[in-house]
Write a protein that binds this ligand. Structure first.
Ligand code: GLY
Length: 387
């Protein structure tokens, strides 16, 4: 019990630091689209960039805990700005789930704003429209040469489809999500729980044509954040469908992820990176995996859940103590050393908005968890982070 109490105090303390940094950033960043922190300040991306949901998602998480109306106003304003790509469509891509789950779905869940539900349904329809029936996959990206490509990241986009089916009572969105999840299970997840980043299909026949390293080291390697997308994405699919094969996939990828950690450092950018770059870290993979492990834990019986909670807390404590940027008031990022794309040397070992978001989301889950468990050990309901 003493251990539980100490961890709950640590959770409260970290949440205080998250609120502090987010409220300070809200006046610096405002209703813009931050992606990576460079020399202490978040940059700004175009309105259709895939990470644009994470900053408003963070604002919603904090708003939920303190009802700071200024944060709500900024998140709502960002959502409105994002109508441009949603209406114009041209550059819109598969990552509409990342973008509109953490904006429109979040706002709808928290305020019942009807326009937010319309936006989320529009985005879900776009995502459903990218489904290749022959190959059973949702197409990634837009370049003509990528017409037959699917990527592991897209597992996180499926929650928008599951939500759309629940909201409308029409199972078609869910059918597409499950077809894509089944394809991913067969084509991306290896026996040992490591995953491919990209799998290519003949778009006309749906026959598999090969795999690519993408943001990982190579075709047979194990991109760390890709593994996290698989853990969390399959846990979400299990939550919405109750299908044991998705729980097994989340557990297999989680076992692989956890078996690769050394306990002292965040994961390398790729678990099978060559020696010369293995020291390059990706804390965002750890933050996303931790939140995914907590998602998995809330769906499992207590004895099975315990190990995932333990490992998630270990990861989050490591991120807080070894990578947390709490004391530097000139730094907008929270968690240092996230890596966006090592092969392209694009934002290597710097704070990235999704690393900050998943860290905060995981801590908010623990807050709920400890808040409830101190009062009532049997109520294990926790935050599910708008997915
Ligand atoms: N979804 C792209 C990435 O994880 O960097």
């Amino acid at each position: 019990m003493k251990h539980v109490f100490e961890t709950s105090q640590w959770v409260d303390n970290v949440w205080g630091k998250i609120i502090d940094k987010t409220e300070r950033n809200s006046s610096l960043i405002g209703a813009r689209f931050p992606y990576a922190s460079v020399d202490g300040a978040y940059n700004e991306e175009a309105v259709d960039w895939w990470t644009n949901g994470f900053w408003p998602g963070l604002l919603w998480l904090v708003y939920e805990s303190n009802y700071n109306k200024e944060l709500l106003a900024i998140a709502a304003c960002i959502e409105e700005k994002m109508d441009k790509p949603l209406i114009e469509f041209t550059d819109l891509h598969h990552d509409v789930g990342f973008m509109w789950s953490l904006t429109a779905v979040a706002q709808y869940k928290l305020t019942h704003h009807s326009r937010s539900a319309q936006r989320a349904l529009t985005a879900a329809s776009h995502l459903a429209g990218r489904f290749n029936v022959r190959g059973g996959f949702i197409r990634a990206w837009n370049a003509p040469e990528r017409v037959g490509w699917a990527i592991i990241d897209c597992m996180m986009n499926l929650s928008l489809l599951y939500w759309a089916s629940e909201h409308t009572g029409d199972p078609r969105f869910k059918h597409i999500a499950m077809a894509h999840a089944d394809m991913t299970l067969q084509q991306f997840i290896r026996k040992d729980g490591s995953v491919h980043h990209i799998v290519c299909f003949d778009p006309a026949t749906g026959v598999r044509a090969g795999a690519l390293g993408g943001q990982g080291y190579g075709e047979d390697s194990a991109w760390a954040r890709g593994t996290s997308w698989a853990i969390y994405g399959f846990a979400i699919s299990y939550r919405y469908t109750g299908e044991p094969r998705y729980r097994e996939a989340a557990q297999r990828t989680a076992s692989f992820f956890l078996s690769q950690l050394d306990g002292e450092h965040a994961p390398p950018w790729d678990f099978r990176a060559p020696e010369e770059s293995k020291h390059i870290r990706d804390t965002s993979a750890a933050a996303c995996a931790a939140s995914g492990l907590l998602e998995l834990a809330r769906l499992l019986p207590e004895e099975e859940a315990a190990v995932y909670i333990f490992e998630a807390i270990k990861l989050l404590k490591l991120l807080d103590t070894s990578y947390g940027l709490w004391d530097d008031r000139n730094e907008q990022g929270m968690i240092d050393k996230a890596t966006a794309n090592y092969p392209n040397k694009h934002y290597v070992e710097t704070p990235i908005i999704y690393g900050d978001y998943f860290f905060a989301e995981a801590i908010s889950k623990l807050r709920d968890w400890f808040g409830y468990s101190l009062m009532d050990q049997t109520d294990r309901q926790t935050h599910c982070g708008y997915w």
